[in-house]
Design a protein. Structure first.
Length: 292
């Protein structure tokens, strides 16, 4: 069976099984392969792409993708009056999986409902044998940003990453302007630096390795406009990541708005219960991004 078809069908079934929230997109998303052929450097890749469902504490199913061999961008068109903004949504998953629902589809539907075109990236995982290792997901993000720029026609295009997706978004902001793979078509002539980034509970405290070329994120080296949010009680990724990341962005000549919440743990995305402190980040992000 075609895993791409299975992935799309399962997500579509999830949409049909629950009542759509008020902010949900009504136009069917467009599902686009990132690469016209095989993704770069896959000669030694032997993994099989599959969906990995996970039962959330509230009983809902959160689908992830593992063994990604055909990275994709799924574009959710802006609803109502377009804002002129587009956002590349980069889910987390610890570089072991891509959390395609909670930190992907749900985020994109929310943004689309707010008049912002959103594209969900399902990216390759560095431990699956790709020749470029940690740079494989960054190559996908770079290609996806170019594709979203071409398809959306938005005036400003940014990236919003969660956890490991925040690592990718940060690397895209700092390193995305450099060639990361051999050009394959006219799309690769388009700009690949985001105009802004949102970093949700991102992992940024990467120790300086003996071989820095093996690390995807190597610190902020270009002026960046960033919005960071993190829960202080996050036991998986310390809030110090966002604190030091914001300071590094400012030191590099960029601007950073950081929001800390006393509770929320890790991976809350849009799932915070009503009244929870971490549930304030979506409104704060919208206010910030609309003012750019």
């Amino acid at each position: 069976m075609d895993i791409t078809w299975n992935r799309r069908s399962l997500l579509a079934a999830g949409l049909a099984a629950t009542a759509a929230p008020a902010w949900s997109a009504e136009i069917a998303p467009e599902h686009i392969p990132l690469w016209p052929g095989l993704a770069p450097g896959g000669d030694k890749v032997r993994v099989v792409e599959r969906l990995d469902p996970f039962t959330m504490p509230d009983g809902t199913i959160d689908n992830s993708v593992v063994g990604v061999t055909r990275p994709t961008l799924t574009i959710y068109p802006a609803q109502g009056t377009p804002s002129g903004l587009a956002v590349l949504v980069i889910p987390g998953g610890g570089f072991r999986k891509v959390v395609a629902d909670k930190e992907g589809r749900a985020i994109a539907r929310w943004l689309a409902g707010e008049g912002i075109t959103a594209g969900v990236l399902v990216y390759r995982l560095p431990g699956d044998g790709w020749e470029d290792g940690m740079d494989a997901p960054l190559q996908d993000a770079q290609r996806a940003l170019r594709l979203l720029r071409a398809r959306s026609g938005a005036a400003k295009i940014g990236a919003l990453g969660f956890s490991a997706g925040g690592t990718i978004a940060a690397a895209l902001a700092s390193r995305g302007g450099a060639p990361l793979y051999p050009p394959i078509d006219d799309l690769d002539e388009k700009a690949s630096l985001p105009d802004f980034v949102g970093l949700g509970y991102p992992y940024l405290n990467v120790p300086a390795p003996r071989r820095p070329e093996q690390s995807m994120f190597r610190g902020f080296t270009t002026p960046t406009k960033a919005f960071l949010f993190h829960a202080v009680d996050d036991q998986r990724v310390s809030v110090e990541n966002s604190r030091k990341g914001a300071a590094a962005i400012r030191a590099a000549g960029g601007t950073a708005e950081e929001h800390e919440y006393p509770t929320g743990g890790h991976g809350f995305a849009l799932t915070s219960p009503p009244g929870a402190p971490a549930g304030a980040w979506p409104a704060a992000f919208l206010k910030w991004v609309r003012a750019l």
